[in-house]
Design a protein around this ligand. Structure first.
Ligand SMILES: [Zn+2]
Length: 463
């Protein structure tokens, strides 16, 4: 289909312009002040975006759709996840592939892609989790890169679950990634501190309100510092997923002042809600790792977003139904995670742009351009450049909604932001030239999404 979007305000990561966009097939054909009739194909749908912002489709750089873990599977499978993403203006997600038992790394990516193919209604890229080094890690990473997966994730915690990797193999992973120009991303919580804290707790089971005490922000501080130093010593970048605390941000700032290239992501939940929710009835709904912190942490993280120390907001969308969540009241065994992809845009717009912390260009940077650059998807994704994929979000800033358990689309059946008044909404969403959301109705197709082969992450260089 050919589409002309007119009368809108085009927003990139650094400009706002009154321009028109012409889309033909899957691509942005041209961007002009105005098109003359002679420029336009005859078969054309015209979208009047008057009073709206027109921006590149959003990217949620951290999702877990269809995650099989601890003997269960998350509520939002690939299709459900991609549909709710479209409602939130998101046209690309980056999900995680498990490191399969006794298999090479690439096997995880291949398996995950075969499961997602035919299901995803939006595009996706993949990160690969590494939980052990047993063979030629350089060769395994090279194979992964060949497949278009250029970022890996390692854990600094979960020793007892077998996810933790010791110092020596970690160094091998960093060194191999440096040579290949790949990004190491880390889940930063120091396992020894968490173990020590656990020993001090005498209650059993561990109630949800104890998780911020056990997995405290000092654990985040130490892990960010330790792994950041490894990256610094090798003169390579590092990416911190879901930074949760003011102390974690202190570690980031200290590393940056020492010259380490740290790319940092936080999530809407660490920015807006607090561990007060873990002290109340239904606390399980708000349990994730790292845990929710204090209001002062919310504030510090917004400060980090404004200063640029945090350059990406993504969600760690990982959902369980209330039935799954309430199977346990012990913070060690409650299924961790909350929904987020759908709510991300409205929360960042309301608490970031509407409250005057930054303008709409910064929102595009945080939710689209920077994640695309960080993970080798730019400018095909994350820009409105002619010739690139026509992934477009038309955003109505005037809409007002209250987020409610019964008006979001996650199969979890609840939102962590129930009752929150938000401004703005995704009005029209276009994926590679196809309208997948219009007038509050999902129009996309199961299986229409495609796997994106990522290039080199922006901060990385081939060595
Ligand atoms: Zn995650």
């Amino acid at each position: 289909m050919n589409i002309l979007i007119k009368n809108g305000r085009l927003v990139s990561a650094d400009t706002i312009d009154n321009k028109e966009i012409l889309i033909t097939d899957e691509k942005i054909k041209a961007v002009k002040d105005s098109f003359s009739a002679a420029d336009l194909p005859s078969d054309l749908k015209v979208i009047d975006a008057g009073g709206k912002y027109v921006m590149p489709g959003l990217i949620d750089a951290h999702t877990h759709y269809n995650l099989v873990s601890r003997g269960t599977v998350t509520a939002d499978k690939f299709y459900e996840g991609s549909v709710l993403a479209a409602y939130g203006g998101v046209t690309t997600v980056i999900d995680f592939a498990d490191h399969l038992p006794s298999k090479e790394l690439a096997a995880g990516t291949l398996q995950r892609n075969s499961e997602a193919t035919g299901e995803m209604a939006i595009d996706w890229a993949q990160h690969q989790v590494i939980i052990r080094v047993d063979g030629d890690v350089y060769k395994e990473l090279e194979d992964l890169k060949e497949l278009g997966v250029t970022a890996v994730k390692i854990f600094t915690t979960y020793k007892s679950a077998g996810y933790f990797i010791e110092k020596e193999p970690v160094k091998k992973i960093f060194e191999a990634c440096k040579k290949l120009g790949m990004m190491v991303t880390i889940h930063a919580e120091d396992d020894d501190i968490i173990e020590e804290n656990s020993k001090k707790v005498e209650e059993s089971p561990y109630p949800p309100e104890l998780i911020p005490v056990i997995r405290n922000s000092e654990a985040e501080y130490k892990a960010v510092k330790d792994y950041g130093k490894i990256a610094g010593s090798l003169d390579m970048p590092i990416y911190i997923v879901h930074l949760s605390s003011s102390r974690g941000l202190d570690a980031v700032k200290e590393l940056k002042s020492e010259g380490v290239d740290v790319v940092v992501e936080t999530t809407p939940h660490y920015l807006t809600i607090t561990n007060d929710l873990l002290k109340k009835e239904g606390a399980q709904k708000y349990l994730m790792t790292p845990p929710l912190r204090e209001a002062s942490d919310n504030e510090a993280l917004w400060g980090g977003v404004v200063s640029g120390d945090i350059s990406i907001i993504a969600t760690d969308h990982c959902t369980f139904t209330l039935e799954q969540k309430f199977q346990s009241n012990d913070c060690r065994t409650i299924f961790p995670g909350v929904p987020g992809t759908e709510e991300m845009l409205q929360i960042v717009y309301t608490d970031g742009v509407e409250k005057g912390l930054f303008n709409i260009t910064k929102l595009v940077s945080l939710l689209s351009s920077e994640p695309a650059k960080a993970f080798g998807l730019y400018p095909e994704k994350g820009s409105l450049d002619p010739g690139t994929d026509a992934d477009i979000l038309i955003f109505n800033p005037d809409s007002e909604t209250i987020l409610r358990n019964d008006n979001i689309h996650s199969a979890a059946g609840y939102t962590a932001y129930d009752g929150m008044q938000v401004k703005g909404k995704a009005e029209t969403v276009i994926l590679r030239g196809d309208i997948i959301l219009e007038g509050g109705e999902f129009l996309g197709k199961r299986g229409a999404g495609k796997f994106l082969k990522a290039g080199l992450p922006g901060a990385c260089k081939m060595q």
